[in-house]
Design a protein around this ligand. Structure first.
Ligand code: GLC
Length: 721
């Protein structure tokens, strides 16, 4: 480990001083200014602070944490000032958006969610955390656990899709991964209902019933709390008139009161000061008063706390107790991370050397497992590895930057294997050509070169979709069609009569329309990260049998949005019969989506038996087991994601037609059969009752088991409280 002299001195100083810190006595020593300093988070990068007064603020004990400042030497340099040149020597906590990788970039979270490989997601989070820690980052602003049902919203790419139950499993896995070492703390964001933005327009109003808030948007956050997540981030949006960053109900009544969570809430980027724009604060002082009193502990970047906190205390608008409680949470978090004893980070460690082989391998496996096979007519896929020529056509065929998706940490595009590079590596003896054909955006009408390339090749791969900055923050779209002239490009290749595979690279569900109807094969690959090309080539040429499933519904067109599997029956459910006019339906499009939640094909086939129940009734204290036999009836090994859904057909309030309550990813050799058991208990039946409170009604419960939310394997039991 390379130890510079300043670091050695700092380490000696810190270790000499490192008595187990007594939070209460430290708190008592702190002035109001020092307390407010602990609640201030300022921004920066590899070189240090963005604010020119950053170091001066550190010396004045006005910086409790940072965002974006990273790099072991930079972090140690700043930390040394904090722990040796300030009065109370309180270490700074350095945070960064390590969302799906630090330097080794894994598939975007929506892509990883498609793998339904919870263990894999925990491992990639742990790997990201190791690399982040090696660069001085001890707080990551991840996982983003917002439920999203509107593909217009660009941030759908950052989450685990539309389902509260699955989103909860993913939240748990990622929190456990990020926090595994105990030296890095995760952050459940964005609290709350940020994904319910009206019209899918980022930062827009969210307004819903308390029941929807509790049953759809809260669960992944509660799962993060149960997984011991150390921090939350309050969101930009309002919820029914009360901005989330000044919402006492969500920030205190629920988080602290109901859930008894003692972690730290950080605001989103200037979301405290934005309370003025929301119109619930007239001045920065009022914004500070609203946010701190509601339960936002740390203010990110805007400085209303630092500049107004002392005056609010004097004027009795902010109590000393409230201020102390926020500071106590921050100090406690720093103590739990061992920051007082060990404020520095070792320089030059192995993980700091980036892209260690096991991280690259993890990224390759995750990229392959994130792929969802949407269509495979005549078993066009997988291709033989003996093909002599491959034409890769489309704007995303050789784009290193786009493969990393949005929020790509310190990912370097030079590290990325594109589809072109991955196929060339996989087929060293083949002639692999690349023709861009058209840009992602903009109109092109001449596809002659692309058509010629397709005609000259055995295998034709169309790499199309979105560029990485068309999803993520501040990236909402009013169309979810393939942008630009990409559809025309596909149609020009289609007209050659040559079979081809559409390789989708995108950060949201797309309305595939003609492509879904006409193209012979479609592989959804999202933005698959540093190892994108290798992982996708592994699937295309049969080394990996695709097992991904859609974690979010793909609509037929935008007019259906919002559309999600766990919807209500309504009083006039449509039978699907054309002549049934007075039903909840459209004149021009079916109610069903293009592809349902949980859908994904394989190169083999699996037979799933009808579900068997361990009993005909379930009571409040005795769980019930649901069993199915899964058989690989094809001639190739593969993995199936078996899914269990329930329906409560008669309850105190309307219930969704399906609710996911179990997933199991099983790998089977050809001909192999496995029994999969799911356990259902009272907690799986709970809903937010008509008078509030979690209830489960007596009566029949329907059970569906299969390989998507359209599962047909059915059984039922009676719940007898
Ligand atoms: C951004 C995002 C949030 C991120 C934060 C810090 O605006 O909303 O997800 O963690 O600011 O970069």
């Amino acid at each position: 480990m390379k130890l510079t002299l300043p670091t050695l001195l700092g380490l000696l100083t810190a270790s000499a001083l490192a008595q187990p810190v007594d939070i209460e006595s430290l708190l008592q020593q702190m002035t109001t200014e020092e307390k407010l300093g602990q609640l201030m988070q300022i921004g920066g990068d590899h070189q240090g602070f963005s604010d020119k007064d950053g170091m001066e603020m550190v010396r004045a004990s006005q910086v409790g944490s940072t965002l974006g400042v990273r790099g072991a030497a930079t972090v140690n340099r700043i930390q040394k000032v904090a722990v040796t040149e300030t009065r109370l020597k309180i270490p700074i906590l350095f945070a960064f958006d390590v969302i799906h990788g630090y330097r080794t970039i894994f598939p975007v979270p929506l892509g990883e969610a498609a793998s339904f490989d919870l263990k894999g997601m925990e491992e990639t989070a742990a790997a990201a955390s190791r690399e982040a820690y090696a660069h001085g980052v001890k707080w990551t602003f991840a996982p983003m656990v917002d439920i999203a049902r509107d593909p217009r919203w660009g941030r759908v790419v950052e989450g685990a899709g539309e389902d509260p139950y699955y989103g909860s499993l993913v939240a748990r896995a990622r929190v456990k991964g990020f926090q595994r070492s105990g030296k890095v703390v995760a952050c459940a964001k964005h609290w709350v209902a940020y994904g319910a933005a009206e019209a899918g327009r980022d930062y827009n109003t969210a307004d819903m019933s308390e029941r929807t808030l509790r049953e759809v948007y809260f669960p992944p956050f509660k799962a993060a709390v149960d997984a011991k997540v150390g921090t939350f981030m309050s969101s930009f949006n309002e919820i029914g008139g009360v901005p989330a960053s000044a919402n006492r109900f969500t920030l205190t009544d629920v988080l602290r009161g109901e859930w008894k969570w003692d972690g730290v809430v950080v605001s989103d980027f200037t979301s405290v000061e934005e309370l003025i724009k929301h119109g619930i604060a007239g001045t920065p002082a009022e914004a500070c008063e609203a946010a701190l009193n509601a339960g936002v502990d740390i203010e990110m970047v805007s400085r209303t706390y630092l500049k107004n906190g002392a005056r609010l205390i004097k004027d009795g608008k902010l109590s000393q107790a409230t201020l102390d409680e926020s500071v106590r949470r921050v100090l406690r978090l720093k103590k739990r991370l061992g920051l007082f004893e060990d404020p520095y980070v070792p320089e030059g460690t192995q993980a700091a050397n980036f892209l260690i082989p096991e991280h690259r391998q993890l990224a390759r496996v995750s990229a392959a497992r994130s792929c969802v096979l949407l269509k495979n007519d005549k078993n066009l896929l997988p291709y033989s590895k003996n093909v002599k020529s491959v034409a890769i056509i489309g704007p995303l065929g050789d784009s290193q930057q786009d493969m990393m998706g949005s929020w790509n940490g310190d990912g370097q595009k030079k590290d990325v294997t594109t589809l072109l590079a991955g196929v060339r590596a996989r087929l060293p003896g083949a002639r692999v050509t690349f023709v861009k054909g058209c840009p992602v955006h903009g109109v092109v009408t001449d596809f002659k070169t692309a058509v010629a390339a397709a005609k000259a090749a055995d295998v034709v791969l169309l790499a199309v979709g979105e560029d990485a900055d068309m999803s993520g923050e501040a990236a909402s779209r009013t169309s979810i069609d393939l942008p630009g002239s990409q559809l025309a490009l596909i149609q020009a290749i289609h007209a050659t009569g040559k079979p081809y595979t559409v390789v989708l690279m995108n950060g949201r569900p797309l309305a595939l329309g003609w492509v879904a109807d006409k193209s012979p094969a479609i592989l959804e690959t999202w933005f698959a990260g540093t190892e994108a090309g290798n992982g996708i080539a592994d699937v295309l040429f049969g080394d990996v049998n695709p097992s991904g499933k859609l974690p979010i519904t793909f609509p037929r067109n935008l007019g259906q949005v919002p559309i999600y599997y766990n919807s209500k029956n309504t009083g006039r459910p449509w039978s699907g019969k054309k002549n049934e006019k007075y039903a909840s339906r459209y004149l021009d499009v079916l109610n069903s989506p293009q592809y349902v939640f949980g859908y994904g094909l394989s190169y083999t086939r699996f037979a799933i038996s009808a579900p068997r129940l361990s009993a005909a009734t379930m009571d409040a204290s005795s769980p019930l087991t649901v069993s199915v036999e899964v058989k690989n009836v094809g001639n190739r090994a593969g993995a199936e994601v078996v899914q269990l859904y329930i329906q409560d057909p008669v309850a105190g309030v309307t219930r969704p037609v399906r609710e996911l309550r179990g997933i199991e990813r099983v790998e089977l050799a050809p001909g192999e059969t496995r029994t999969v058991n799911f356990t259902l208990s009272r907690k799986d039946l709970l809903y937010w009752g008509p008078k509030g409170g979690w209830v489960a009604d007596p009566g029949e419960v329907l059970v569906y088991v299969g390989n998507s939310s359209a599962a047909t394997g059915k059984a039922s039991f009676r719940y007898v409280p």
